[in-house]
Ligand binder design. Structure first.
Ligand SMILES: Cc1cc2nc3c(=O)[nH]c(=O)nc-3n(C[C@H](O)[C@H](O)[C@H](O)COP(=O)(O)O)c2cc1C
Length: 178
């Protein structure tokens, strides 16, 4: 499952996602991409009301997260794809991820079902440290395994990433998943 936090459908992050998907599908994986910016997803209300009565809809809020929960539940790997926004993941991605807390609430110690994770990011500069630190802390908490990090710096406008070796890298990463 890919959570794409970029609002630009033809932007640099989305291009990374496209190549990742191609590689992953070539090696027989099923890939579902959620373009979060075009979805109706509200911020977490902090009510601690998540429950497993309906595992496909564990949150008290009913919105497009109900398209994500069933896929998330069965996903072996979660790909976090985002432009670097103010040294962190985009708000679109952070908002959706907060809502996955409704699932964590249903398991002991607020840990998720074990999954693999991948981080894909694009940025004008190259200051990914805070975002990477955040990602690693998140994985430690959730007990997920890092399967790869691809950081494409030096890309700002739509199309800047075309021809970058990061696109080969991300396709190979996708293809390496079995
Ligand atoms: C709100 C906002 C915040 C940004 N913050 C950063 C930043 O902290 N560091 C950086 O290098 N680029 C920053 N950028 C530039 C984007 O990361 C860059 O344009 C990236 O290629 C966008 O990816 P996309 O094409 O997938 O949307 C920012 C852009 C926006 C719109």
């Amino acid at each position: 499952m890919v959570l794409n936090g970029s609002p630009r459908p033809k932007g640099n992050t989305s291009t990374l996602v496209k190549h990742f998907k191609e590689g992953a599908e070539e090696s027989g994986n099923e890939v579902t991409v959620f373009n979060l910016d075009s979805m109706n997803i509200s911020g977490c209300k902090g009510c601690f009301g998540g429950n497993i009565k309906d595992p496909n809809s564990p949150c008290v809020q009913k919105d497009d997260m109900d398209k994500i929960y069933p896929v998330y539940k069965d996903a072996d790997i979660v790909v976090l794809a985002s432009p670097l926004y103010y040294w962190n993941l985009s708000g679109q991605l952070r908002t959706a991820f907060d809502r996955l807390f409704a699932v964590e609430e249903t398991v002991p110690n607020w840990r998720s079902h074990e999954k693999g994770a991948i981080l894909l990011m694009a940025a004008e500069g190259d200051a990914f440290d805070i975002a990477v630190q955040y990602y690693k802390t998140l994985l430690e908490h959730l007990n997920w395994k890092n399967l790869g990090i691809i950081l494409a710096g030096g890309v700002n406008n739509i199309g800047d990433i075309e021809g970058s070796n990061k696109l080969n890298e991300v396709k190979e990463l996708g293809a390496s998943l079995k």
